[in-house]
Write a protein that binds this ligand. Structure first.
Ligand code: SF4
Ligand code: SF4
Length: 393
């Protein structure tokens, strides 16, 4: 349905929600602008090989060990000696400082994430289904345009305009890196991860579904209406999740030196697609990851999220505690399979058949306008009504 037709069927109360939410989103982002730290980030030109690791590590928000590692020096090397006496060339210094400065978090981006998540939640819970429309017209519910607009804002603003950091994936990795001394402030890293986890718990993985820039980019590619037959084939969740969990375990074992015997190796560093948003492909493997994920997204739903992303894995683990989510009224559900067919993953199937560990649900809304008996809704677990108990904690 056209966006005009959807809008015309919104009740006055829903229009109030719509314009009120837009106003709050503007206020959140405007506030983010106002409170963002003053001053420009450090310029690469302000560093020189006359300086020591100790002189520049804190400015780059890393520990001396982490900086030594970036220069491929032994972790226990003297941190007081000038870099040139350690054999660091000016070009290498420039490359490393550019790379580390790209990891600096844009504080404004946290506000943008919160705003995008708020917009997604209000659409899913209150606006997608017009009050003046009945179930016969369910196909007209949840138009794709607001979702596409949100995805584009995520890619453009939370991605290319504000750069790669912070992002949900790196928030996981940085917590563990800080535990082995590669970042100076473990508590700040834990708080950043907590921010993303809280958003994922409020709305079922909605930070992934509506706000993560690389997730959004994959979603946009997948939404291109081509190769529909191939898209109908879903990957077995057991396979994708086993690979994703295996990578996460391997990351921990390598990072803590349990295998490999050397602490500090981060495999995600070599396959971090968020580098795309800084147009900084440090290694060929990063470029390959971006290309494969985006080409793959034409036929597979969010391949990077399904196979690799550590935040994807962690947010799947905590989905059971999500407050607002897809819920199925088991008394109404006839198990006709309409939502299972509409879902790009095995998530709806898991909900319909009450699987204990259903696949990730990205709150994409594809299942919300297909149920012929109106048994599916996106709502809070505290809302009354019989629902799929397996989706509750
Ligand atoms: S799972 Fe996908 S959407 Fe979620 S943080 Fe990772 S890349 Fe982003
Ligand atoms: S279609 Fe699947 S992934 Fe999308 S909201 Fe429904 S259950 Fe979740």
């Amino acid at each position: 349905m056209g966006i005009h037709s959807w809008f015309s069927q919104l009740s006055m109360r829903q229009r109030f929600w719509l314009f009120g939410t837009i106003a709050i989103i503007i206020i959140i982002v405007g506030f983010g602008f106002l409170v963002k730290p003053a001053g420009e980030p450090e310029d690469v030109g302000s560093f020189s090989v006359e300086m020591s690791i100790r002189d520049i590590a804190s400015t780059l928000n890393v520990t001396g060990k982490a900086l030594a590692r970036e220069f491929k020096l032994p972790l226990d090397i003297s941190k007081q000696k000038p870099l040139k006496t350690l054999g660091v060339a000016p070009e290498e210094l420039q490359h490393v400082t550019e790379h580390l400065l790209s990891h600096h978090d844009s504080m404004l981006k946290y506000y943008v994430y919160a705003a995008l998540v708020l917009g997604g939640l209000v659409f899913l819970v209150r606006l997608g289904r017009p009050d003046l429309s009945d179930v016969k017209h369910r196909r007209e519910w949840y138009p794709r345009t607001p979702y596409i607009v949100s995805l584009m804002l995520s890619v453009i603003v939370a991605g290319f305009l504000l750069g790669k950091s912070p992002n949900p994936m790196e928030s996981v990795v940085k917590v563990f890196k800080s535990m082995v001394g590669l970042y100076p402030d473990p508590i700040a890293k834990a708080i950043a991860l907590l921010f993303f986890i809280i958003l994922a718990v409020i709305g079922n993985k909605i930070i992934c579904g509506w706000a993560c820039p690389f997730g959004s980019l994959q979603e946009l590619v997948y939404s291109v209406p081509i190769l529909r037959r191939i898209k109908q084939r879903k990957l077995p969740f057991l396979l994708t999740n086993t690979i994703r969990a295996g990578l996460f375990t391997a990351m921990l074992l390598l990072l803590f030196g349990i295998i490999g015997g050397r602490k500090g190796t981060v495999i995600y560093h070599y396959i971090n697609p968020f580098n795309l948003f800084d147009l900084d492909f440090e290694t060929v493997s990063i470029l390959l990851t971006v290309i494969l994920a985006l080409l793959g997204a034409f036929i597979v739903y969010r391949p990077f999220c399904q196979f690799i992303c550590p935040f994807g894995f962690i947010s799947w683990l905590i989905e059971r505690f999500s407050i607002i989510r897809v819920r199925i009224d088991k008394d109404k559900c006839t198990e006709c399979g309409a939502c299972i067919k509409a879902c790009p993953l095995e998530a709806a199937k898991g909900l319909v058949y009450s699987k204990r560990l259903p696949a990730d649900c990205y709150s994409c809304a594809r299942c919300l306008n297909v149920c012929p008996v109106d048994a599916i809704q996106y709502s809070s677990v505290f809302k009354k009504g019989k629902i799929n108990r397996s989706s509750l904690p």
